[in-house]
Write a protein that binds this ligand. Structure first.
Ligand SMILES: [Zn+2]
Length: 57
């Protein structure tokens, strides 16, 4: 048996946290960078937020 490690680990270690702010209600939260390519939903008001345009620096 070969020495295996978790198959998801190699790709996960490059993840960064991206902070986004809801343009509707101003709520801020963090997502992982692999989720920044797709739209996310504000937990507070339900607005659909595009992380690429709503990222907080
Ligand atoms: Zn919101």
């Amino acid at each position: 048996m070969t020495d295996q490690h978790c198959p998801g680990f190699e790709s996960n270690k490059t993840l960064k946290e991206v902070k986004v702010r809801c343009p509707e209600c101003g709520k801020e939260w963090e997502i992982f960078s692999d989720e920044a390519d797709k739209k996310t939903k504000c937990a507070a008001c339900g607005a659909v937020v595009d992380p690429k345009t709503c990222a907080v620096k």
